[in-house]
Write a protein that binds this ligand. Structure first.
Ligand code: X8Z
Ligand code: ZN
Length: 610
């Protein structure tokens, strides 16, 4: 089987190479098969991408900020141009295989090959169709609302922000169920487009020598793709006992609130009771889970502290953390061009994102900020992306990126781990540190977000890998999704689901086509980074109380790692940033160790698991 696949791969590549020669702006003869030729080839790519890349970046920004038919058309058109150019070069890159090249040049050629998240098929019609589908899926998600007829015959509609508010705040089983089911009405229409996307993207991936899109995605980690899968499973095995203990305690507490009928003690948890639309982070139900007699998690209420803070001020506070480490302040254009608030009069993609429009200084975020602790943390997350982007802007185009995509997701989160009582006192948000320190409550509040996220972070791409490879047939997509939700998270849908539903489509990254394993990695790595930065800052003590605010030593270490971008295998950057060469879940275990002991005590006599 493998042999046949290998053979057809070679044939496909050879065929595409000759097509590319006919179509391309450069021909084989233009490039000598040596270092000078390879460098020229990479330079030409940068040059060819300059104009189209600029147009596509601005069109994508407009499409995400003004979702209309025309903005989507323009975005699809311009992105298709860019992708076709990259694909054309990627297909040609193997021309330089087998010759001696400096590491840094060889690396760029490798990155070029795997650089497209969804490579377009060679046929221009199909390529165009794929871009249209991508824009359409993103638009459908961004515009999504759930409308209900009112008793007076009028219609009332709620968007994701409003439905998420219910998921976070309501403790009424049926209101939660209504919001949960309601949001999932937006995704069934996506299913057929997603089916096409998988088919066309797979075609594009095969042209480049990959078995399917999943194989391409798994190939971007400086190790064999099958080793990467083993690594993810190894990390999950390391943290699974912790997750099971948390699940057990949370289930018991939800049982106290909702009763045996709704939350049976030996069964998986209904997915709508965990404070979040996708049950991915559970911090919003902290009030139901917290230890008896304890106050808010950290002895202060960050939600309350932020309730009157305006959105610009929230971003300023986050920026100040980065500048305290030695980063340059954000440029004026960041403040002029970012979107911080949900506009009242138009559809935007509210899912938070960070942008770099010119690959230099035109960095921005796009977010519909609410004045609460969750969004305060997300602002740090997004600024982490922006400061990273700016740190590696001096590198050649193909090396501008995170050491791996998990690093990119982890930087802002690492900074957010430094939001401690001491830090809030230092910047004047708290008058004095809470008198009675309650470590267990603090750790529990944090674990409800960070530990609860892990199986969710892992399973999204486990599902997509099966979909891309065809292991999960389209007739079982929704079933397969819930099988994984049950296996890894121990949750079940609160009502029966069928193949008329397309529940994966109700999570942004599926229609948005953003790989997700990066967030699983980030949730492990951020603890490694936090520990190392605390060490550089000269801190000794429990990790959850460490803040690296104002530490130039920590900043120096961080900046040095970020400036490396994608120029070295991530293991090298990991060494600079964390002092070790592998991903390691033992630090997250160390961070939460006292909580594990406490959870095990709480769970004594309970039957855990599902
Ligand atoms: O999508 C995000 C960021 C943008 S890169 C807001 N995150 C994941 C999600 O929301 O599902 C951050 C945590 C996980
Ligand atoms: Zn992110």
């Amino acid at each position: 089987m493998d042999k046949i696949r290998g053979f057809s791969k070679a044939v496909a590549l050879a065929a595409l190479w000759s097509v590319a020669l006919l179509l391309g702006s450069c021909s084989q003869e233009e490039y000598s098969r040596n270092e000078a030729g390879a460098r020229q080839f990479l330079q030409d790519l940068e040059k060819d991408l300059e104009g189209p890349g600029k147009a596509a970046a601005h069109a994508a920004w407009i499409a995400a900020n003004f979702i209309t038919y025309d903005s989507q058309e323009l975005s699809a058109y311009t992105s298709e141009q860019v992708k076709s150019i990259v694909k054309e070069y990627a297909v040609k890159a193997p021309y330089f295989d087998g010759i001696a090249l400096p590491l840094e040049v060889r690396r760029q050629l490798e990155i070029l090959k795997g650089g497209l998240t969804l490579p377009p098929p060679g046929d221009p019609e199909k390529s165009k169709r794929l871009s249209e589908i991508e824009a359409s899926l993103e638009g459908t998600y961004g515009k999504g609302t759930y409308c209900q007829e009112q008793p007076d015959g009028t219609e009332s509609c709620r968007n994701l922000g409003e439905l998420s508010e219910v998921m976070a705040k309501s403790r009424n089983y049926n209101d939660l169920l209504e919001a949960w089911k309601g949001w999932r009405t937006i995704s069934p229409p996506m299913r057929s487009e997603y089916q096409e996307l998988v088919q066309l993207g797979n075609e594009g991936a095969r042209d480049l020598g990959y078995e399917d899109i999943g194989h391409l995605w798994r190939s971007g980690y400086d190790m064999r793709p099958d080793t990467f899968v083993q690594e993810m499973d190894r990390l999950w095995d390391q943290v699974k006992p912790f997750y099971t203990a948390l699940h057990c305690h949370v289930r018991a507490k939800l049982n106290e609130r909702y009763g045996d009928d709704q939350v049976p003690l030996d069964k998986p948890i209904p997915a709508h009771l965990l404070g979040n639309m996708w049950a991915q982070q559970w911090g919003n139900v902290y009030d139901l889970i917290k230890p008896a007699g304890s106050g808010v998690g950290a002895g202060y209420d960050l939600d309350a502290l932020l309730a009157d803070t305006d959105e610009v001020e929230m971003v300023r506070i986050a920026e100040k953390f980065f500048t305290s480490l030695g980063f340059e302040p954000l440029p004026k254009t960041f403040w002029d061009r970012s979107l911080f608030l949900k506009p009242r009069d138009r559809d935007v993609v509210c899912h938070a994102s960070a942008w770099n429009l010119d690959d230099q200084d035109d960095i921005r975020i796009k977010m519909c900020i609410k004045p609460d602790a969750e969004d305060f943390s997300t602002i740090h997350h997004e600024l982490g992306h922006n400061f990273y982007q700016r740190a590696y802007k001096h590198l050649p185009l193909l090396l501008r990126g995170g050491a791996n995509d998990g690093f990119h997701e982890a930087i802002g989160d690492t900074i957010a781990l430094s939001i401690t009582p001491d830090y809030l006192v230092k910047i004047g948000m708290l008058e004095e540190a809470p008198r009675q320190r309650d470590d267990i409550s603090m750790l529990l509040r944090q674990a409800l977000d960070k530990i609860a996220f892990l199986p969710f972070g892992l399973l999204i791409d486990k599902w997509r890998w099966q979909v891309f490879s065809g292991e999960l047939p389209e007739s079982k997509w929704n079933q397969g999704w819930w099988d994984l939700r049950l296996k890894y998270q121990g949750i079940v849908p609160p009502v029966e689901r069928t193949e008329d539903n397309f529940d994966p489509g109700a999570k942004y990254h599926i229609p948005g086509n953003t790989p997700y394993m990066r967030y699983f990695l980030a949730h492990i790595q951020q603890f490694q980074f936090h520990k190392a930065l605390c060490k550089s800052a000269g801190y000794e003590g429990p990790l959850h109380l460490c803040t690296v605010y104002d530490s130039k030593e920590a900043g120096e270490r961080l900046i040095k790692a970020l400036e490396m971008g994608l120029s070295r295998p991530w293991q090298d950057t990991m060494e600079v940033l964390a002092g070790q060469r592998s991903m390691d879940a033992s630090v997250i275990q160390e961070y939460f160790a006292p909580l594990k002991i406490w959870l095990d005590e709480q769970n004594a006599g309970r039957s855990c698991g599902w």
